[in-house]
Write a new protein. Structure first.
Length: 562
């Protein structure tokens, strides 16, 4: 089978009535639609399907792969926009089904699919992240709206019960038994993938979180580009609900994209763990030479299946942040360590955590920073404050809880009460953008708000100090970028920030203390000599870090060996 093209995208199907499609689909909309149809072509090989597409508003996230796309049972399907017919060009696997596949086969046997691909107009709105109307969530949102720092402190207390994996090794996941038809493990053990077809294209399988703005995503997209430039077809799966605003990025040109719907990826009925209809088809159609996981839980859960189906295949994961709620993806990486051949990390702090806390062999852990994406070790110049220029303090990041924009606002309130005349810039967008605007208005602050469409370099060129008030981080790209622009950084003491930032410029990560301590650090940096000295120390640490092999350089060499 050869991969065809529909709407300019790699496709595993053909349209029998392409004239029924809208003629004004953007690249983003086309990639979402073709990605959904690729999934259904893989799940219904050699069959013709009727596809109904539906319209919706900003609150209706795309429905591409979840069980409702087979059944039509979703409120997303209240307004049909158009319909068409498609035919899968995937040849079916010659294998007798087993009992564990009954539910997914019943879904796939339906002749109709239901899809919602949001139009680009939704990108003008904050992403809908908190539509859950439960009483508990409504109460939590009310507390956060009125007293955001108290909400942060209460949430940190709740997180204490999840701290054990942060300081203790986790139990590794082991795959000990082969699948035996009719045996006691038939429902839970692995049915290995079949042989790859002769002449199959060489490919690399990627698991990404989503197609949205972020430092981790910038690196994930770069790794896709590297694989493509090395002559592989990138196959890119995402498993987090989103309007996927970055799916039209040029790094994804020519890639086979399958954006899942629903946070967990595919529901159990449409993708039986251990059997893996979707992965079985991909590993049969393509000569997959390696796997790269970037914060994708669905693919993490299936690495054991891949390792047993294709022994010896390189399986690489890339992690950035040890989350306070149970450890996050680095803990998942440690759990799946037996299937993973290389653990890539972006900071010395995370490398030590992997080896010293989780006991992963040092020769399996690669520390390669992300600096090569945006900055290098060339000489930078300190950003001098001109005579009469207002001292400018910037926040750069997504408007999301992790980045703690509310702490930046509380810090700014303190500085204003102390009589400091500052210019404030908050650069970024996200699900909390409207709430952040409300906090600024309630605080009576004058803050310049900038959308992510404005280059970060423009904001840094106008700034004298960057503040990173995050509740949790790895080692932020914005920190490296700011220092390279001659702008020093003060930050909460989270993740690998201390690998770059000296102790006096770090604060507690707890919200009330962070607001007070960051305010003191900002006030100290208003003195030009103190600010210059802080930058010199951070630049020295940055240059030391960036002299190490970058993530891009390391992966270019790695993927060439596949």
């Amino acid at each position: 089978m050869t991969t065809g093209s529909v709407l300019g995208q790699p496709a595993l199907f053909r349209l029998t009535d392409e004239e029924e499609l809208p003629t004004d689909l953007s690249v983003r909309e086309s990639r979402l639609l073709v990605g959904a149809l690729n999934f259904h072509a893989l799940m219904a090989p050699s069959r013709e399907l009727t596809v109904h597409a539906y319209s919706g508003d900003w609150s209706s996230l795309p429905r591409t792969t979840d069980d409702s796309t087979f059944t039509g049972e979703s409120t997303a399907y209240h307004s049909r926009a158009y319909s068409f017919r498609m035919a899968s060009t995937v040849e079916p696997e010659q294998r007798a089904p087993i009992e564990a596949e009954a539910a997914s086969l019943a879904l796939a046997a339906r002749d109709t699919r239901h899809l919602h691909v949001s139009r680009d107009t939704v990108l003008a709105y904050d992403p809908p992240r908190e539509l859950d109307g439960s009483a508990l969530r409504r109460a939590a949102r009310a507390v956060r709206a009125r007293t955001p720092l108290l909400y942060d402190e209460l949430r940190d207390l709740e997180l204490l019960r999840h701290r054990r994996p942060l300081h203790s090794p986790v139990r590794r996941h082991r795959y000990e038994r082969e699948f035996q038809p009719g045996g006691e493990y038939e429902h839970s053990r692995i049915v290995p993938a079949g042989a790859v077809q002769d002449g199959a294209p060489r490919a690399v399988l990627f698991g990404l979180h989503w197609f949205e703005l972020g430092g981790a995503e910038r690196w994930a997209f770069e790794s896709v580009r590297i694989a493509r430039d090395a002559g592989f077809l990138p196959i890119v799966l995402t498993n987090r609900d989103s309007h996927q605003p970055w799916i039209d990025r040029p790094e994804l040109d020519g890639a086979l994209l399958i954006p899942f719907s629903e946070e967990s990826g595919l529901a159990s009925e449409s993708q039986t763990p251990g059997v893996e209809e979707l992965l079985r088809a991909l590993f049969r159609l393509y000569d997959i030479r390696g796997v790269m996981v970037h914060h994708n839980q669905w693919l993490y859960d299936r690495l054991g299946w891949i390792a047993r189906s294709r022994p010896g295949i390189p399986i690489v994961d890339s992690t950035h942040i040890v989350e306070y709620r149970g450890g996050g993806y680095p803990v998942t990486s440690a759990i799946q360590a037996e299937a993973i051949t290389i653990h890539h990390v972006i900071s010395p702090t995370l490398a030590r955590w992997m080896t010293q806390v989780q006991g992963i062999e040092a020769d399996k852990v690669v520390m390669a920073p992300l600096g090569g994406l945006t900055v290098d070790v060339k000489e930078a110049e300190f950003r001098v404050r001109a005579d009469g220029e207002r001292f400018t303090v910037a926040f750069v990041g997504r408007m999301a809880r992790q980045k703690a924009p509310e702490v930046f606002i509380a810090m700014a309130q303190r500085l204003r009460r102390e009589g400091h005349d500052l210019r404030l810039i908050m650069h970024g967008d996200g699900e909390m953008a409207s709430w952040v605007d409300e906090l600024i208005e309630r605080a009576g602050l004058v803050v310049e708000r900038r959308h992510s469409s404005v280059p970060v370099s423009q904001t840094l060129d106008e700034s004298h100090l960057l503040v990173v008030p995050s509740h949790n981080e790895g080692l932020t790209l914005t920190t490296l970028e700011a220092i390279a622009h001659g702008v020093p950084v003060v930050s909460t003491d989270v993740g690998g920030q201390s690998d770059i930032i000296p102790r006096r410029a770090l604060s507690s990560r707890y919200a009330h203390r962070a607001a007070a301590q960051l305010a003191r650090a900002v006030a100290s940096a208003i003195d030009e000599d103190a600010r210059r000295q802080l930058w010199r120390e951070e630049r020295k640490a940055e240059k030391r870090l960036l002299k190490m092999e970058s993530a891009s350089t390391w992966f270019e060499k790695e993927v060439r060996s596949w």
